[in-house]
Design a protein around this ligand. Structure first.
Ligand SMILES: C[S@@+](CC[C@H](N)C(=O)[O-])C[C@H]1O[C@@H](n2cnc3c(N)ncnc32)[C@H](O)[C@@H]1O
Length: 268
């Protein structure tokens, strides 16, 4: 997990793709018929954060602040940082509508410091590492923000430890959303957090089985790229190349399974 993995992407091209993708997704992220994957597992990350009423929290690459808003009732305050103005605007209006007055939204790059070092009790990030050219910098930002003893929770997609399968999974994810770069492989977030000086307490994995069409609709995938994704699943179902997502044909269409990994750490 190095910046050089995607050095060609580190400049404007990726930033423009990211902004375009999440400007389009700002509405679908808050649409209950499409965002179950984002809302159904909030308890997992909130429980892992072990929130306390005095905690100052940081949610990096927070999007609309679904995680930050879920933490807010249990903590002193939450700062949600995201690079996409439309996501930040959606998050602010959702927090206002819910009467959450302890959640602040900051428009900015989560891989550079946005709070003083060692000022945060709980630092989290979810479904973000696969969108940043330098995921190590994002993990470093979490560690640096935490006070000694502060907790760090990372929840992301996790690809196979088998490189060809991981490459296929990343390719399909990128056809669906061209701001996807590379998801961490199982255990990778923990390994990098250790290298950055954090103490890893545990990792947990879950599988998430979901229907294909709402996944494409939520990302507002253009028709030609959606067709590539459908073709990859159809090929697997016909006995061809495995997608790495265990495609299933059900009565209501194609379903598939992602693996998610939660990494819980603290700053010594
Ligand atoms: C899949 S969404 C996840 C949002 C939120 N963490 C959640 O789980 O609900 C990814 C978010 O990461 C943001 N993002 C990607 N790279 C970023 C960066 N370098 N700095 C800040 N935000 C970033 C995007 O704008 C987008 O809102």
């Amino acid at each position: 997990m190095t910046g050089s993995d995607h050095s060609r992407e580190a400049g404007g091209d990726h930033a423009a793709r990211l902004r375009a993708s999440f400007t389009a997704q700002a509405t679908t992220f808050e649409e209950p018929s499409l965002n179950a994957a984002f809302t159904s597992a909030l308890d997992w990350i909130v429980e892992a954060a072990a929130p306390r009423t005095t905690d100052r929290c940081l949610d990096l690459a927070a999007g609309t602040g679904l995680v930050g808003r879920a933490l807010a009732p249990y903590v002193a305050d939450v700062i949600c940082v995201d690079a996409t103005p439309a996501m930040v605007a959606q998050g602010r209006s959702a927090a206002d509508a819910a009467g959450l007055d302890n959640v602040a939204f900051v428009l900015g790059d989560a891989t550079t410091p946005v709070v003083p070092p060692a000022s945060i009790d709980v630092a989290v990030t979810r479904f973000s590492l696969h969108h940043v050219p330098d995921p190590r910098a994002l993990l470093r930002a979490l560690v640096d923000a935490c006070r000694p003893g502060g907790r760090i929770v990372v929840h992301d997609l996790a690809t196979s430890r088998e490189p060809a399968t991981a490459a296929r999974q990343d390719a399909i994810e990128t056809w669906r959303d061209d701001s996807h770069l590379r998801a961490p492989v199982l255990g990778e977030a923990a390994e990098v957090l250790r290298e950055l000086g954090a103490a890893v307490d545990r990792t947990e994995q879950r599988t998430y089985t979901r229907p294909l069409e709402p996944w494409l609709e939520q990302a507002v995938t253009p028709p030609e790229r959606a067709a590539r994704v459908r073709a990859a699943f159809a090929d697997e179902l016909a006995g061809g190349t495995p997608t790495g997502f265990r495609a299933e044909q059900r009565e209501d269409g194609v379903w598939f399974t992602q693996t998610w990994e939660l990494t819980v750490a603290h700053r010594p």
